[in-house]
Design a protein around this ligand. Structure first.
Ligand SMILES: [Zn+2]
Length: 452
């Protein structure tokens, strides 16, 4: 068994509590206002219901159309950030991330360095098993059913119609589905750092499935701001909690990985015509696949989820960045933790205790000491990230089986005739320029309605 010693990030204020408390599952309300079977069924939370895509089935709809009323414009992101700031005022975070120093590392990539001295203090290192991407859910370990309800911002469910709704208080089991929960990360690395926990009471282990990934894309789309991104770390790629969750935060600047050029992989769709375009990164220290397009959001989600499932089944750890409001997804297979366990990572990187998880790989370096922060250079960031990348040969192997699983077949450029090539070039999705919205900007959304 391969393990590494790690000081796990504390994502909830309940994480360090004794986990061996007596279970009171049958009693309603354990007195802690947690998210377990004791308290959840008798709880009310705010509910944000996102609008259904035109082509999506409505079987998951939870909000009765008859109950809604019109409201003026409120955006999902404003709501989320407003609730998040409320939790700052209530003193729920372990430190104030808004006072952490940040700078752009000079160079052509624009790596973003943050000095965050509060994130990894006051905890004993724990042994993490890093050689298994798929591990069963273990209710005796910390999981999100143990967090306090004050850490929850709101539920995030699909509406049963084509508009979004917000309800300040709704009983949890008003619908039949287990709740999707958005909660704060009490050790934030940026403004608005939250966790999306799909179907919380289903106790899903940390592994991607189609439905959960589609939910994450919906959250990115609903935020409607390219500076609000979601990330995902698999087990073995620096996830520390084996309970399905995505992370998300607001960072008002393009990440280095979002700026590098990509090369489209010319593919044929063998079965379904989903219209998803796959590319690989050029001139970036970490090999990655980039997914864009798709006839619907479901198409894009299905192709990426299939790719992730293939990586999981072949025990390949990976990270994901959901970018551009859910329209662009970066998939980074990696073996850094395994190399670390085998003693193959150079000491200078181990000394910084920085792990290449989704945010770091995307170019947002969260550094733990003043010395590392002041001394960070582009050359250092490039070498550090290169340690996390698969080798070229290994990446080509992984790419081949990922494409295969996604129902795509790579076509050699020699076999593409000139006319097809021109069509492909024209179809290439363009990189959007990210607008910079002020923090309290309200997005005009004609279809937005409030449910009471
Ligand atoms: Zn409870």
């Amino acid at each position: 068994m391969l393990t590494i010693k790690r000081v796990p990030t504390v994502v909830s204020n309940y994480q360090e509590e004794d986990n061996n408390e007596e279970k009171q599952e049958t009693q309603l309300g354990c007195g802690r206002n947690c998210l377990g079977n004791c308290c959840l069924p008798v709880s009310n939370f705010p509910l944000y219901a996102f609008k259904k895509e035109r082509k999506e089935a409505c079987e998951n709809g939870v909000v009765p159309t008859s109950a809604k009323t019109d409201v003026s414009h409120i955006s999902f992101l404003s709501l989320l950030l407003g609730h998040w700031e409320d939790r700052i005022n209530r003193g729920l975070f372990r430190y104030d991330v808004t006072t952490c120093e940040t700078r752009i590392i000079p160079g052509q990539y624009g790596f973003i360095a943050q000095l965050n001295e509060g994130r990894h203090l006051k905890k004993r290192p724990t042994e993490f098993r890093i050689d298994q991407v798929l591990q069963p859910f273990d209710e005796n370990k910390f999981n999100f059913r143990k967090i306090g309800q004050e850490e929850v911002l709101f539920r995030f469910e699909q509406s049963n119609d084509h508009s979004s709704h917000y309800c300040p208080s709704a009983p949890v089991y008003s619908g039949s589905s287990p709740p999707n929960v958005i909660a704060i990360n009490v050790s934030p690395i940026e403004y608005g750092h939250v966790l999306l926990i799909p179907r919380l009471s289903d106790c899903l282990p940390q592994q991607i499935d189609n439905k959960s990934f589609l939910l994450a894309l919906h959250m990115a789309k609903e935020a409607a701001d390219p500076f609000f991104r979601l990330g995902y770390n698999s087990l073995g790629a620096f996830a520390t909690i084996n309970h399905l969750h995505f992370q998300a935060y607001y960072l008002g600047s393009l990440l280095p990985v979002e700026k590098v050029p990509t090369r489209r992989i010319i593919t044929m769709e063998r079965v379904h015509k989903r219209g998803v375009v796959v590319s690989e990164l050029l001139k970036y220290p970490v090999q990655a696949l980039v997914f864009q397009g798709g006839n619907t959001m479901q198409d894009l989600a299905d192709v990426v989820a299939k790719s992730c499932i293939t990586l999981q089944n072949s025990n390949t750890p990976y990270n994901i960045l959901i970018s551009d409001c859910g329209k662009k997804i970066f998939l980074f297979p990696q073996y850094y933790a395994k190399k670390q366990a085998l003693g193959e990572v150079s000491q200078e990187f181990l000394d910084t205790r920085v792990n290449p998880a989704a945010w770091e790989i995307s170019g947002h370096m969260v550094l733990k000491t003043r010395k590392d922060y002041d001394g960070a250079t582009e050359e250092y960031a490039l070498r550090f990230l290169a340690e996390a990348s698969l080798s070229e040969d290994r990446f080509q192997e992984v790419k081949a089986y990922v494409l295969e699983a996604a129902g795509l077949q790579e076509v050699a450029m020699d076999n593409v005739n000139k006319e097809d090539e021109r069509a492909l070039c024209e179809a290439e999705p363009s990189t959007p320029t990210a607008p910079c919205f002020p923090k309290d900007f309200m997005f005009p959304q004609e279809e937005f309605q409030l449910l009471f």
